[in-house]
Design a protein around this ligand. Structure first.
Ligand code: AMP
Length: 583
């Protein structure tokens, strides 16, 4: 098939913004395309050579493309650069230079779709010491044989600037019309696309096996399933109603969504955008290999950064350490993650996407051997509004973003943002702008590097009215190694058998202290908490106030007596005055 046929259609599409006209042009193109080439044609009109998840990408630097253009048309690099500055698009530069050249192109055979695809593939794959020259040579060769219009689109494709604005849905429409004569059939084709995220493969199946082939289109391990997304409503009440009165409430973790494909010992990870991110998480792959007990599986979960010594959940930003090419193994040790699984879509040949949520959740429980690096999301099945609210506060305090409420009988709606999953986030947030002074009233034994010392301290503020200390936070961050070493010695004089009579705590600490030592902490915000006793019931029934993401500032306030610590009254004031609407 001639590449020029594809380019003609690209030109038509470029000239319109109307979706119907685009669809018509695509239908015309698909009808002309031999079945064995339809996948390549689809990738090429989208400016790609493979579906995104394959991870072989074009997008060569403009500097390289300029060299190739200069070589192909025998003009100086600076001249190409000048034209580029004038025209603002390298594709158009190539088109003009191709039109000006003196020797006729006609001598060479016309470019075919096959040749263009194959050469672009070679360009994308060229690696190693002399790869730059190789890429330039291959591209120049292609441009030398291209017509001006073809040159324009080749250059745009290799530099990743195709941008015709063809939505996936437009391609699905065009496929339905071209191959079945009815746009109605798009729903079947779309389902197949949601199953594989590969428009090329879907089109080829349609072209070779018709609508029957599409209806039988199956999940395959290694091809990402387009992810199900959540709607949002403002209150727990509305959400419960929408879900029929009862729901599975899950913590909404603040990490990165991962779709995990396991085939024997092989594990592939896909991001929310369906990119292959296996390399970023070698530790996750190893955990899955060891803890997911079936041969083949597709499961989903949220990967969350955790504190190496205390296991506390950390904010999403901490995952940035994994976005690197080199030293990932080191980063994995220094910045560990835990995986919180929430769905299973496929096990050993069985497609589970049409099963109800509860069935899927049960299967997930059955195949995963949990430990601290891999477990299921915290989940509460309830129809009681106040239980949902308490669970929400737990989630926020633990470092999550809120809850996702899921329909108990809901299927997995691949590629859809439907009403079977509804998220509940906060509408208000109380920013914490200044540090507070807290009294150490208890401690928790450390693990890992912190074994022998404490992993976290239980901190309280002073309730003047009742002359007691109420808990506000479990502080495990911000301690230097020497702080940690000294903690047991420093606190041992105050150690007591039971919780101190003046301490009001709902939390069971491993070790209790007489309130004596004061330290300064800061956090990201103050939140409502069902477990901390500070200002309990003052802002909302059944909830106290807590510090979210607390850390020790490094300042021990030996100058302060416990009664000089920040008071409950001050905390309530801070909470109210720092309240901000979350957009
Ligand atoms: P949003 O990105 O705000 O639309 O929220 C949806 C995202 O929340 C999902 O794509 C997941 O990455 C993430 N998430 C965290 N916890 C869960 C959970 N328990 N169930 C589903 N998604 C979750």
């Amino acid at each position: 098939m001639r590449y020029s046929e594809l380019v003609e259609v690209c030109e038509e599409i470029e000239a319109t913004t109307k979706r119907l006209e685009m669809t018509d042009s695509l239908v015309k193109l698909f009808k002309k395309t031999p079945a064995e080439l339809i996948d390549k044609v689809i990738y090429l009109i989208q400016g790609k050579i493979y579906p995104d998840f394959v991870g072989i990408k074009l997008g060569i630097a403009e500097k390289l493309a300029i060299k190739a253009i200069s070589q192909a048309y025998g003009v100086d690099k600076n001249e190409v650069l000048r034209d580029f500055k004038r025209l603002g698009d390298l594709g158009t530069v190539a088109k003009e230079l191709a039109a000006k050249r003196t020797q006729a192109v006609l001598a060479s055979a016309p470019l075919t779709v096959e040749r263009v695809h194959e050469t672009l593939d070679e360009i994308a794959r060229a690696s190693g010491a002399r790869s730059q020259e190789a890429k330039i040579g291959l591209l120049a060769g292609l441009l030398a044989d291209a017509t001006p219009k073809e040159a324009k689109f080749i250059v745009r494709t290799v530099t990743g600037k195709m941008r015709l604005g063809i939505a996936d849905m437009t391609i699905l429409d065009a496929l339905a019309i071209a191959y079945t004569g009815e746009k109605e059939n798009r729903k079947h084709i779309e389902r197949a696309y949601n199953t594989s995220s590969d428009l090329g493969d879907v089109a080829k199946t349609l072209a070779t096996s018709g609508l029957e082939g599409i209806k039988n289109y199956k999940i395959r391990v290694g091809r990402p399933i387009r992810m199900m997304l959540a709607q949002r409503l403002a209150s727990a009440d509305e959400i419960l109603n929408k879900l029929g009165g009862e729901a599975a409430c899950e913590w909404k973790y603040d990490g990165e969504r991962i779709q995990i494909h396991k085939k024997g010992k092989e594990v592939i990870l896909f991001s929310r955008r369906l990119e292959n991110i296996t390399e970023q998480y070698p530790d996750v792959c190893a955990t899955v290999r060891e803890h997911v007990q079936c041969n083949e599986a597709i499961i989903e979960g949220e990967c969350v950064a955790v504190h190496p010594d205390t296991g506390e959940l950390l904010p999403f930003q901490e995952l940035m350490h994994r976005r690197r090419k080199y030293g990932v193994e080191d980063a994995a040790k220094k910045f560990p993650v835990s995986l919180f699984l929430f769905d299973v879509l496929y096990i050993d040949g069985e497609d589970l996407t049409q099963q109800e949520y509860i069935v899927r959740r049960k299967k997930l429980e059955e195949i995963v051997r949990c430990d601290e690096r891999i477990r299921l999301t915290e989940m509460l099945r309830t129809s009681d509004l106040s239980e949902v609210e308490r669970f929400f506060e737990h989630a926020i305090e633990a470092g999550c973003e809120g809850l996702i409420l899921k329909a108990l009988n809901g299927v997995y709606q691949a590629g859809a943002r439907g009403w079977l999953w509804i998220k509940l986030k906060r509408s208000y947030q109380s920013k914490m702008v200044e540090p507070i002074d807290v009294v150490v009233v208890g401690a928790f034994h450390g693990r890992g590097r912190r074994s022998g010392s404490y992993g976290a301290l239980l901190a309280a503020v002073y309730d003047k009215e009742n002359d007691v200390f109420t808990t506000i936070s479990k502080v495990g961050s911000g301690f230097k190694d020497e702080d940690l070493e000294n903690l047991p010695k420093m606190l041992s004089p105050y150690e007591i058998e039971h919780v101190h009579p003046r301490v009001k705590s709902e939390i069971e600490a491993d070790v209790w202290f007489t309130p004596s030592v004061v330290m300064e902490i800061i956090g990201d915000e103050l939140t409502l908490s069902p477990v901390h006793t500070t200002a309990f019931g003052k802002i909302r029934e059944g909830a106290g106030i807590a510090v979210r993401f607390p850390r020790f500032t490094g300042r021990w306030r030996f100058d302060k007596s416990p009664e000089d610590a920040t008071t409950v009254e001050e905390i309530v004031e801070m909470y109210k005055s720092q309240l901000k609407k979350v957009e």
